[in-house]
Design a protein. Structure first.
Length: 215
C-alpha cells in the first residue's frame, strides 16, 4: 500500500560529471562509493545515499542543513578526479513499496527539478561553476528557494576556484582540525595555512557551513 509522508522530506539527487569518459572508471567508482559511505556514516540520513544506474545517487536527509553540508562533502571527496552536480528537494515523499523500497512524490520531483536547474546553469558561462541547487514542491512551506540558492551559488563559485592545496586546507577545517595540525599534515607552515584561509575565503566557507546547519 502506498504511503505519503505528511511532513516534507529533504531529498537529494546527484550524478557525476563526465565520469563515463574516464578510462579509470573502476578507481573513480571506488572513490564514489567511499564518498557516499563517509557521508552516510557522518549524517546517518533516514534513507541513506545509494548509488544507482549511470553514476546517479539519491537519499533523504533529516533536515536541509544536513543535506547542504552533505552536498559539499560529496563534491570535495570526489574532486579533482570528477565533479558532481546535485539537486536538493523539499516535499512529501510517496513510498510505493518497502521491499524493494521504491519512492516517488513531490519531494523527489523537486530534487529532480533542482538538478535540472544545475544542468541549465552549465550551459551559461557565468554560472558554470554552480553545482548545487534547491527546489521546493509547490504548496510546501519551507525555506525560501531564492535565499537557499543564493547561498549555494556563492558557495559553489568559491569552491570551484580553489586549488588542490586550498581544498585540502578546507577539508581539514571542516573536520575540526587546528591550523597547526593542518600545516603538519600538508607539510607547510602555519602562516601559509592562515594566508590561504584569508585569501581564498575558507573562513567564510566554514562559517557558512556552520550557519547552514541551522536550516
Amino acid at each position: 500500500m502506498s504511503d505519503m509522508k505528511r511532513d516534507a522530506s529533504v531529498t537529494i539527487i546527484g550524478d557525476l560529471v563526465g565520469s563515463r569518459l574516464r578510462e579509470d572508471r573502476e578507481s573513480v567508482h571506488a572513490r564514489f562509493v567511499e564518498a557516499v559511505d563517509a557521508v552516510n556514516a557522518e549524517y546517518a540520513p533516514p534513507v541513506p545515499l545509494r548509488i544507482g544506474v549511470g553514476d546517479e545517487f539519491q537519499g533523504i536527509f533529516a533536515d536541509l542543513g544536513s543535506a547542504i553540508a552533505a552536498t559539499l562533502r560529496v563534491r570535495m571527496a570526489l574532486w579533482p578526479d570528477v565533479d558532481v552536480r546535485q539537486g536538493i528537494g523539499w516535499g512529501r515523499v510517496l513510498v510505493l513499496s518497502e521491499d524493494p523500497r521504491v519512492e516517488d512524490g513531490p519531494g523527489w520531483w523537486a530534487a529532480r527539478s533542482a538538478i535540472e536547474a544545475v544542468e541549465a546553469y552549465e550551459r551559461k558561462a557565468a554560472l558554470r561553476a554552480v553545482r548545487t541547487a534547491y527546489a521546493a514542491a509547490e504548496g510546501e512551506p519551507g525555506p525560501v528557494p531564492a535565499l537557499v540558492n543564493a547561498a549555494l551559488m556563492t558557495r559553489d563559485q568559491v569552491v570551484s576556484g580553489l586549488s588542490e592545496r586550498s581544498m585540502s586546507v578546507l577539508d581539514g577545517l571542516l573536520r575540526g582540525r587546528q591550523q597547526q595540525e593542518i600545516a603538519e599534515e600538508l607539510g607547510i607552515s602555519p602562516s601559509a595555512v592562515s594566508q590561504r584561509i584569508r585569501a581564498d575565503g575558507l573562513g567564510v566557507l566554514l562559517a557558512a557551513d556552520e550557519l547552514a546547519r541551522e536550516l
